[in-house]
Design a protein around this ligand. Structure first.
Ligand code: AGP
Length: 606
């Protein structure tokens, strides 16, 4: 989604902003722009469709300015044009933002802005409104305060007033903003990735608080003018962590980080071989009281929830449902306070997931979230949070975040087994002992990269691909299909293996790649039968099973094995094999795995 960076301080604002925009590129965008308050009292504005490098090319190198704001736009209202790119300047107001103003047409009509528009955006209407009130009151706070009383929607505004040098104003509602002040000046940004070159100390901007950012300090006040001290956080991610570390793409680096981040996520929650959430402040009654569980998320996070559902229902014998957040939020859910809602989100800012969380709370449900970004909106609005410790996931296609989301679901399952009496302590210890082996199984799968790459090159130019499995294998295949399609643009579908003959098998033609997962003993033979059906129709079958399982050569073209004995834990190495398959397929096609077309890292607008 849109990226925001603002700076005021001793450094050259142009350079700081461009560097920040580069670091925010991973959020996905289609145009970029910046506005600077120059030393002679002027305002310098450039904005361009395309990459940040296209903006850089039109920004003179030595612009005398130490205060400015920059933006990468992911188009929502209005097409991808230079005019629609941010910032927008109206009168003495220069503004950029991330979000959606739902009533901008009404505002435009009500205040007579329609004939003044130079773009098709809701952003410009916000600039017109703030400029209108600034003209009436001459006071930036009043102008902002009065405007947001009218504006409906989600927003993270950064605002310059051309007659107030060296100062940036900011305010947010739902859309994310972080801020920091250091000896190198003061910063405001969409996320810490744009700040970590300058400072490790930052804070999350609370909603509906007006920030006045000058080079020496950041003043934060509520809408009624009460000055509030920010809650400082420490960035544990150094610049190195957010760089590629020698890998060709962030995505491959993040795939290879999985053993490490898996350990980081589970180890703090294991005490004497048992799961323990004391460090997270998640109380046992939360797990003891619920009669059912509702998981809510989007995309990969939702597919992690599908695996979570499979293992929780298997071990706890209580109903677990998984809902797509964008569906759930407009539904009339059958929830009551006895339903534990688990919200999953890497970014903690996905607007549909946040809205679903709020609806769940209106139903009186306790909400536990599994989130990677500390201090994110979803984390702050949950009753309890279990943070994953994946570090910055820069690639748009989620890999390590998925892996650690799974790890947390397995920890939750183990804790619930214990506190609900669903298993003896010894059984829970065995479960945890197996879970603790996952990093080595993940490492083994990473060691199969060359074999996977060969298969990827074979299937790279297929039009379609199918992922099939039964039970937990079906849950894994959902994420495998998403990974492949979102970075290689091959039309990939996950299918319950037993369902193929009810229509989809009509699509199986000679050479169509079918990735078959058969890691569950109790349904292994049934899955092999389904594989024979697609093989008989000419499919190219890549079969994944547990190590040592005999498979006759006419069943598959390639047989990959994972070193896991216990069916409950096969997801961890399987996920890695499917991630690598997607990565090397896109690599063979010469695509950009970190910034796939049309996608954004965090979908903060509907
Ligand atoms: C994952 O590869 C996708 N980029 C996307 O499906 C993502 O998982 C989804 O948008 C949810 O994001 P979140 O985890 O930050 O909420």
């Amino acid at each position: 989604m849109c990226g925001i960076i603002g700076y005021t301080g001793p450094l050259m604002a142009r350079d700081v902003i461009l560097q920040g925009l580069h670091q925010l590129e991973y959020r996905g965008y289609d145009s970029a722009g910046m506005a600077l308050l120059t030393e002679d009292g002027g305002m310098y504005l450039r904005k361009k469709v395309g990459q940040v490098s296209a903006l850089e090319a039109v920004c003179e190198p030595d612009i005398p300015a130490h205060c400015g704001i920059g933006h990468t736009r992911w188009a929502t209202h209005g097409g991808v044009t230079d005019a629609n790119a941010h910032p927008h300047a109206v009168g003495k107001v220069v503004l950029l933002y991330n979000g959606i103003i739902e009533n901008y047409h009404t505002i435009s009509r009500q205040f007579g802005f329609e004939g003044l528009a130079t773009s098709e955006t809701d952003t410009e209407v916000a600039a017109q409104l703030i400029n209108y009130y600034y003209g009436q009151t001459g006071n930036p706070y009043e102008a902002i305060r009065r405007s947001i009383e009218i504006i409906e929607g989600s927003y993270a505004f950064c605002i310059l007033f051309t007659d107030i040098p060296g100062t940036i104003y900011a305010i947010r509602n739902v859309s994310p903003l972080v801020a920091a002040s250091s000896e190198q000046g003061s910063f405001i940004a969409s996320d810490v990735t744009a700040l970590i070159s300058y400072t490790k100390e930052y804070f999350v901007v609370p909603e509906q608080h007006i920030l006045t950012i000058t080079q020496d300090q950041i003043r934060m006040e509520t809408l009624d003018g009460t000055v509030v001290k920010p809650e400082m956080l420490e960035v544990t991610w150094d610049v190195e962590a957010a760089q590629k570390g020698g890998y060709p793409h962030f995505m491959l680096k993040e795939i290879y980080e999985q053993p490490e981040v898996f350990q980081k996520t589970i180890m703090p929650r294991l005490v004497e071989g048992l799961p323990n959430f004391e460090v997270d402040g998640v109380p046992d009654p939360l797990f003891q009281r619920c009669h059912s569980i509702q998981v809510i998320a989007c995309g990969t996070a939702m597919y992690a929830g599908m695996v979570g559902r499979a293992i929780m229902e298997k071990q706890l014998r209580i109903p677990v449902s998984v809902s797509i957040a964008s569906e759930f939020r407009y539904d009339t859910p059958l929830l009551d306070p006895g339903t534990l809602v688990i919200v999953v989100s890497q970014s903690g800012e996905t607007i549909d997931t946040l809205a679903a969380l709020r609806l769940a709370k209106e139903c009186g449900c306790p909400v536990l979230s599994i989130v990677n970004v500390k201090g994110s909106t979803i984390a702050r609005e949950s009753d309890y949070v279990l943070y994953t410790h994946a570090g910055p996931e820069i690639a748009v296609a989620s890999t390590k975040a998925y892996m650690v989301q799974l790890a947390v679901f397995y920890l939750i399952t183990a804790r619930m087994m214990l506190v609900r009496g669903a298993a003896e302590e010894a059984q829970v210890k065995d479960f945890i002992a197996s879970l603790a082996k996952a990093p080595e199984w993940i490492q083994d799968a990473l060691g199969q990269g060359d074999a996977i790459r060969k298969q990827a090159e074979k299937m790279a130019f297929s039009r379609d691909a199918f992922f099939i499995g039964r039970g937990m294998d079906y849950a894994f295949s959902l994420e495998g299909a998403l990974k492949l399609k979102e970075i290689s643009y091959i039309h990939a579908e996950a299918y319950a293996a037993g369902e193929l003959k009810h229509g989809t098998i009509a699509l199986i033609e000679p050479g169509v790649p079918v990735i078959a997962l058969a890691t569950q003993d109790h349904i292994f033979n049934k899955t092999i039968s389904n594989i024979r059906e697609v093989k008989a129709r000419g499919a190219y079958v890549i079969l994944i099973t547990k190590k040592g399982v005999p498979v006759s050569s006419e069943v598959c073209d390639v047989h990959l094995e994972i070193p896991v004995e216990d069916d409950r834990f096969t997801v961890f190495p399987c996920a890695v094999l499917l991630q690598l398959l997607a990565y090397y397929t896109a690599y063979a096609k010469g695509y950009d795995m970190d910034k796939p077309r049309n996608l954004a890292k965090s979908v903060t607008v509907e």
